[in-house]
Design a protein around this ligand. Structure first.
Ligand code: GDG
Length: 471
């Protein structure tokens, strides 16, 4: 019996530079969560290796490298991958599921590629699967896959987890292929979401669009019981809570303390994406500076923006807008000795990320929609015995758990400005009390607990589904 993990990308990616192949570890949240399960299960992972190649020798080399690590690459033509990934996944599902309906494109060619790509995943999985296996499929790229696997292997255990929000019925119903998506998901035994609200929205859609009776969090697909539940994803709490004791992190923190002496640091960390509310946040900071002249020169907003989907024109436009707005604030309020906004468009290593989290007096996290938002949890975990205030959007899944943050509506720039003021005036005692309460939550629901809980529930659901089938 194997635990088969399936995600769009493998945790190791292959890069090619002038005919030379190299490897790169992709961000590790999910991989860390799964590491605990490695001891209990024979785990294999299937996904795209990050490269297109039709050269047989190259493929064989990559397959060999991956196989040693229990990783199984799925190969696509560039055309199919583009329609599947850039197209249906990121131009249809991503905007729609984040309530940016006006950005959602419906292109039948993209949909066909989405089907083909899900089929390619299915085929690859079947090469290496048996009826005893447990499948755990991740995210919006692979929503047809549960049903595809179910048709070929009717008795396997299949779990699916959605990392982004599941939208309200009125938004989901805009999708031309909505029924196919729901039927695809219904092939799973257990479907997981970050919050109860997303779970309820999904169940409501299943009831309305597939006509199934919803009983608690369950419904029956033919004779099989399908369960939908919330599993708020966590972080590697130990790693983040202990990072401020590491010598290289301490050294960096000292550098920042020297550089920002006498100033408060507000930090935000995001992938470049319209869902992250970066412009609204800059506007909120601008309003704060306008209303609080006394704080000028005493506060800096550090914006770490990680490049994402760089080839997509919409993301290039957003980048330009952020460049311009940051420049506008600096032009309006900056002095030769003070820049209100310091903005970095790149990713940083773990040491710098931790030093930034630790040094920040305030974390300003204002997505307009976000499935969970792990950055908020990481900031909290790093702030051991160190005051700090988390300002968090009510539209991040994390806001359901981090109740002691200052919750804001990211569309209300006055509220963002007011929240910065409140954070700056908060007593150290209150900051510490709130931080400790949030740390207790983040510690208890860390990423390993999340992964184990999901797999435990999947095993129970699958056993129950089977007994329903045989009764
Ligand atoms: C999706 C959903 C959901 C960021 N910059 C650097 C860096 N990071 C790391 C952070 C964090 C991760 O990337 C970002 O995670 P988020 O949860 O904030 O956001 P998405 O990438 O949009 O993730 C989201 C998540 O899936 C999990 O289900 O929470 O809602 O959209 O871990 O630390 N890491 C390093 N350098 C950087 O510059 N080392």
């Amino acid at each position: 019996m194997k635990l088969q993990i399936v995600s769009n990308r493998l945790p190791i990616e292959i890069k090619k530079n002038k005919d030379k192949l190299s490897t790169k570890q992709t961000s590790g949240g999910l991989a860390t969560g799964l590491s605990g399960l490695r001891q209990a299960y024979d785990m294999v992972w299937t996904g795209w290796p990050g490269i297109h190649t039709s050269i047989a020798e190259e493929r064989a080399k990559i397959e060999g490298f991956m196989a040693k690590r229990n990783l199984f690459p799925v190969w696509f033509s560039q055309k199919v991958y583009k329609g599947f990934y850039n197209g249906f996944s990121n131009k249809t599902l991503w905007p729609l599921f984040h309530y940016f309906c006006q950005y959602a494109q419906f292109d039948d060619g993209h949909w066909q590629s989405y089907i083909k790509a899900n089929q390619a995943f299915c085929q690859r999985l079947l090469e290496n699967a048996d009826e005893e296996d447990i499948f755990w499929i991740h995210d919006y790229h692979l929503m047809l896959l549960p049903q595809m696997i179910r048709e070929k292997l009717p008795h396997v255990k299949i779990g699916f987890f959605l990392h982004i929000p599941f939208p309200h019925f009125e938004v989901f119903r805009l999708l031309p292929r909505r029924k196919e998506i729901l039927k695809g998901l219904a092939g799973a035994d257990l479907i997981g979401f970050h919050t109860q609200q997303y779970t309820d929205y999904f169940l409501h859609c299943v009831g309305q669009m597939l006509g199934y009776n919803i009983d608690g969090g369950n419904f029956a697909d033919k004779e099989r019981t399908v369960k939908a539940r919330s599993f708020p994803m966590g972080i590697d709490y130990k790693k983040f809570s202990e990072c401020a004791n590491e010598a290289d992190v301490i050294a960096k923190v000292k550098e920042y303390q020297k550089e920002y002496k006498g100033k408060k640091i507000i930090l935000s960390v995001d992938r470049l994406d319209y869902s992250k509310g970066i412009i609204q946040r800059l506007k909120g900071f601008d309003r704060f500076l306008e209303k609080n002249p006394a704080h000028r020169k005493k506060i800096t907003l550090l914006e770490l923006i990680v490049p994402s989907r760089v080839g997509v024109p919409q993301y290039q436009r957003l980048k330009k807008e952020i460049d311009e707005f940051s420049g506008k604030i600096n032009g309006k309020y900056g002095t030769p000795f003070w820049m209100p906004v310091r903005y970095f468009y790149r990713s940083v290593d773990f040491t710098i990320l931790c030093a930034l989290y630790y040094s920040a007096d305030i974390a300003l996290i204002t997505p307009r929609r976000d499935g969970m938002n792990l950055v908020a949890k990481e900031y909290v975990a790093v702030h051991q015995n160190r005051p700090g205030v988390l300002i968090l959007s009510e539209f991040a899944g994390a806001a359901q758990q981090l109740r002691e943050s200052i919750i804001v509506n990211p569309n209300d720039i006055n509220e963002i400005a007011q929240a910065i003021e409140t954070a700056l005036n908060m007593s150290v005692e209150e900051q510490e009390a709130r931080m400790e309460a949030m740390q207790a939550v983040v510690r208890k629901t860390d990423v390993k607990q999340w992964a184990e809980e999901f797999i435990d529930q999947l095993r129970i659901s699958a056993v129950q589904a089977e007994s329903t089938l045989h009764s």
